[in-house]
Every structure is written in structure tokens, then in C-alpha cells.
Ligand binder design. Structure first.
Ligand code: CA
Length: 355
């Protein structure tokens, strides 16, 4: 993992060698170094609290004593956490089209098709057991890690303990930190606990608590190795979707054309979702397919699902641009990662891989 030289709590003075500006650099650095030293010290003082919470949650003394003394504060993960959109609730929403072009691109589609064809036997068995379409499992894998290519290089216990210490989402990160220790208790080697700055790891980018609950052994060798085994990765994604309520036989959604005359005020969402309100607030009211058809909404490619299937309308770039009707299965993709752009791109990549 690379860290910016000026951002290391352990070597804060490295910057003065780079700047060459002598006293000025030291004057600028002084308050920063002091803050970094405070964080490093505060983190060490906080570790016994985390250790006590882990012990109370049933983690073995052996694991706690092996891991906690090795941890140091990681300012980089805190910096990344503060860049997240939910830290800036009033930031403008960017356009979907450029995001789609980056995430549902020719390379990802081509390689997704190759994975789809290569793993066909395995995928079809998982689809039979779970009802989750093969292409959706492939698309999640493609989006999360570019089919296992990019799985993150952050040490998870260190990253999660740093985020718990920082405190913006302390409960979440404390629970996930404890879950990493439980993974060690279960026999996962310490050196495997590497992933994204926010604690997700392996091909499906599961959080530790999700791994404990839903990781599956897809190739039958007795372990759920979502780092190295494609079969385990895909079976685990399938298990996640079943757990989150995927309904077999219903598409995630599809592109539609919407009459320019449709009065959007009549279909505006008037409820606030307790979960991801900003994301779900961009979607319309839920209506049946029969009701959408009566409003003049026309599918661009796929046939309609049954008339009684409920769906919501999303026009991510506003009226006159791409529009989608989304079913309850779209909500399952949002459960995996609550972002409209993410969920739309997963659905569109799945369709492209299958085509
Ligand atoms: Ca396995």
C-alpha cells in the first residue's frame, strides 16, 4: 500500500526533506505533526476498548493478543472515508452516462462474457440452487473487483480499527473489526485479511460480518476461499442475493421510453426510505407494470414481466435521457451497494454479458 509521505503518522518529518523550504516547511508541519502524533497516541489508547469489546463478543484471548499489539493508526483510510459522498450530503449528483461508459465498457463486457462461458457449468448449478441469474453474479464480480483483478491492499484489522477510532461510523467499523478477529478464530490466516480501505475483501468484496454469515464453499474443498476460488466467489455472491430477497424469474429492470407529456409530479416519490434515502429518493412511486403501460411507458428491449409486478421509474440524467423501470430485484442490487449508478451498471453489464 502506498501512503503519501506527508500523511504518515510515523514519519511526519519526511515532508521537510522534500520541500527544501527549511523553516517555512517546519512551521507548516508543526501543527500537522502534532495532530498526527495525537491521532497515533489516541489510537493506541483506544485499542484496549476495542479489545474489551472483542472479548465480550466472544473473540478468543489468543487472537486479541496476537493482533492488537501489532496495529498502528492509518490516517489514509480516515482521509478516504471523509471523501465519501455521504460525508458531503449536499454535493451535486453527477451524470450517469459517463459513469456507465466507464463501468459498462467493451473490456469489462468482453471479459465478463469469457468468465460467463468459462464458468457456465458452475454458474448454472448455482442459478438452479439460488434462482439468481448467472449474468448477475458475473456482473457483481466484474464491478466489485474487475473479475478478481483488484481486491485492495489495505490491512483490514488496521484499517477497521482506525475507522472505529476516528468515530464517524464507530458502531459499524467496530463490529466489522470484531468480525475480522472472528475470521481468524475460524482459521482464516491473518495475512489473508487484506482488502479495501473500508474493510471489503475478496472477489465479492464482502465485509467481514458478511463473510462470516454468507461466504460459501462453491468448489467443495471445505473452505470458503473468496480470495482465490472463482467458484467460492460466485457461490458466495449467489448466497448474498438469496439472503437479500432476490425473486427468481423477475428481471432487475429494463430501459424504457417515457412520453414527454408524462406529468412527473403525479408519479413523484412522496415517501422517505429509512435505508439509503438519498438513493431511493431519486426513484418514482411504485406502480404495477399495467399501470406504467397505461401511462404510456414503453420498454425498449425486453418484454414486460407480469402485469402485477411492481416497478419504480428512474431517469438518472433527467427527462429526455435514458430511463429505466426497476423491480424489487433492483433493490437487492442496492442492498449489495447502495448506489443507483452501481446498481444500474450491474444490471446493464449483466444484460450485455448475456446478450
Ligand atoms: Ca472452496
Amino acid at each position: 500500500m502506498r501512503r503519501p509521505l506527508c500523511n504518515s503518522a510515523r514519519m511526519p518529518r519526511t515532508c521537510s526533506f522534500l520541500s527544501g523550504a527549511g523553516a517555512l516547511a517546519l512551521a507548516v508541519l508543526a501543527p500537522f505533526s502534532s495532530a498526527a502524533a495525537q491521532d497515533a497516541a489516541g489510537f493506541q489508547a483506544y485499542l484496549p476498548t476495542l479489545g474489551a469489546q472483542a472479548a465480550a463478543a466472544g473473540v478468543s484471548r489468543r487472537t486479541i493478543e496476537a493482533v492488537l499489539p501489532s496495529l498502528t493508526y492509518n490516517p489514509r483510510v480516515v482521509e478516504l472515508d471523509r471523501q465519501q459522498p455521504e460525508s458531503r450530503p449536499n454535493a451535486p449528483i453527477p451524470a450517469f452516462a459517463p459513469y456507465r461508459a466507464r463501468h459498462v465498457d467493451a473490456d469489462r463486457i468482453t471479459r465478463g462474457r469469457a468468465v460467463y462461458l468459462r464458468a457456465r457449468g458452475r454458474l448454472s448449478a448455482i442459478e438452479q440452487q439460488t434462482g439468481v441469474p448467472e449474468s448477475i453474479m458475473v456482473a457483481i464480480w466484474g464491478h466489485e473487483t474487475n473479475y478478481g483483478r483488484v481486491m485492495g491492499g489495505f490491512d483490514l484489522p488496521r484499517a477497521l480499527a482506525s475507522l472505529a477510532y476516528e468515530g464517524r461510523r464507530r458502531t459499524l467499523f467496530t463490529d466489522e473489526f470484531i468480525a475480522t478477529l472472528k475470521m481468524i478464530d475460524r482459521g482464516v490466516p491473518r495475512e489473508k485479511l487484506v482488502g479495501s480501505w473500508a474493510g471489503a475483501f475478496g472477489g465479492p468484496q464482502f465485509l467481514p460480518s458478511v463473510y462470516l454469515r454468507l461466504a460459501r464453499d462453491g468448489d467443495g474443498d471445505g473452505t470458503a476461499d473468496i480470495w482465490n476460488s472463482d467458484a467460492d466467489t460466485l457461490a458466495s455472491i449467489g448466497a448474498y442475493f438469496v439472503d437479500a430477497g432476490w425473486r427468481p424469474g423477475v428481471p432487475w429492470g429494463f430501459a424504457v421510453s417515457v412520453p414527454a407529456t408524462l406529468d412527473r409530479r403525479l408519479i413523484a416519490n412522496r415517501t422517505t426510505s429509512p435505508r439509503c434515502p438519498r438513493v431511493q429518493g431519486r426513484q418514482s412511486q411504485w406502480k404495477t407494470m399495467a399501470e406504467w403501460r397505461a401511462l404510456g411507458v414503453v420498454p425498449q428491449a425486453r418484454a414486460w414481466p407480469g402485469d402485477d409486478v411492481l416497478a419504480t421509474l428512474l431517469e438518472p440524467d433527467g427527462q429526455g435521457a435514458a430511463a429505466y423501470l426497476l423491480t424489487g430485484n433492483y433493490r437487492v442490487i442496492l442492498d449489495y451497494n447502495c448506489s443507483n449508478f452501481y446498481a444500474l451498471s450491474v444490471g446493464l453489464l449483466a444484460d450485455a454479458v448475456e446478450r
